[in-house]
Write a protein that binds this ligand. Structure first.
Ligand code: FAQ
Length: 314
């Protein structure tokens, strides 16, 4: 079969909403796009443990500590499913990790912002997990089977995370004036970076058009961002908080909220490694990798021993 006819058959399959599985033929560019997106996504889950991990020892009650610990562990699990899904495309996990540790690979811009108060933990759950769900629910229908299946469980867990974040903020907002002010301050700092999570505007997005044709992405960055704004503004009203956007207003004609411009210069700076915590995040991952060397060696020695013993039995 020629590459042309293989490509046609591949696209037909996608158009019929059939899944592409690891052993199926796929164009190199499709494989490359998936490796890029899934590995960036995996790195985001793992680096994303750092801002919240920062508050585990300072959670204000045992209940809050248990919930936060479980959430951070869930994010580690998401990273693991995603690295596994990525490996089905023929790349080694070690290579992906090296790319993260060397600073070559991207991870979500949002995790380069600091968590200054307990309210930030609420804001991350509510806004960051909220944005993640908005982006990831359509990925459950992604054309690549292993990625789509990994996303189903991830989304269920993210939805619990989103609710625990909202509940933290609701408690603060119903508390003392200082607590409400802390919640407002967290919203002021996390709102715009959360909108940036959806990526550049459609006119500047390099990959969206092709990823939509391949049904990796089902909506554009701007479409998802708008859905997120429309969903979140009424939730802020329930909390009694003000979204830090003076241009925000309901537009009757379109049935959507109109919002002000995003500071794309800030987004670009964070992507180029100049965000408030880029260096700190990378350093923390490098140190964790270094300190985990003995764990990886022990796991490998154990696995080798198991194989040896199973051969003897066999
Ligand atoms: N940050 O052409 P596009 C989470 C890059 S998980 C950094 O629009 P695409 C869970 C993009 O990679 C959060 N880089 O690209 C959690 C590309 O660079 P490249 C992560 C960004 O792929 C919660 C370039 O800009 N979620 O939060 C960002 O079509 C709480 C051009 O962009 C995912 O990864 C950004 N925000 O669309 C964990 C979801 N945006 O590769 C812990 C899966 C764009 O050419 C606590 N990924 N870039 O060098 C996606 O849906 C897509 O990859 C997008 C970007 C939408 C992120």
């Amino acid at each position: 079969m020629t590459t042309e006819s293989l490509t046609r058959r591949f696209q037909d399959k996608i158009d019929q909403e059939l899944k592409i599985e690891p052993k199926d033929w796929m164009p190199d560019a499709y494989r490359k796009t998936l490796i890029r997106q899934i590995s960036q996504h995996a790195h985001s889950e793992v680096v994303g443990m750092l801002p919240e991990g920062n508050w585990i020892t300072r959670a204000p009650s045992l209940r809050r500590k248990v919930a936060l610990l479980a959430k951070v562990q869930d994010e580690a699990g998401h990273g693991l499913y995603l690295y596994s899904a990525c490996e089905t495309l023929g790349i080694r996990r070690e290579t992906l990790i090296e790319e993260l540790l060397s600073g070559k690979a991207k991870y979500s811009s949002i995790f380069n912002y600091p968590t200054l108060t307990w309210a930030d933990i609420g804001a991350i759950g509510w806004l960051v997990d909220g944005a993640a769900i908005m982006n990831q629910v359509p990925l459950c229908r992604c054309s690549y089977g292993p990625y789509a299946r990994a996303m189903v469980r991830v989304c269920k867990e993210e939805s619990f995370h989103q609710r625990q974040g909202f509940e933290i903020l609701l408690t603060l907002c119903q508390g003392a004036a200082d607590q409400k002010a802390m919640a407002q301050d967290a919203l002021d700092r996390w709102w715009w970076p959360s909108l940036m999570m959806f990526g550049p505007s459609d006119k500047d997005s390099i990959h969206t058009a092709q990823s939509m044709r391949w049904k990796i992405k089902r909506f554009t960055n701007d479409e998802l961002r708008q859905k997120f704004i429309d969903m979140t503004v009424p939730q802020a009203e329930v909390l009694g908080l003000t979204i830090p956007d003076p241009e925000l207003q309901w537009d009757e004609a379109s049935g959507h909220y109109h919002s002000g411009p995003i500071d794309w210069e800030e987004f670009g700076q964070v992507l180029r490694g100049n965000g408030p915590c880029n260096a700190e995040r990378l350093e923390a991952r490098q140190r964790a990798h270094q300190e985990g060397t003995w764990v990886r060696e022990a796991a490998q020695a154990y696995a080798a021993k198991q194989i040896e013993e199973s051969k003897k039995v066999g």
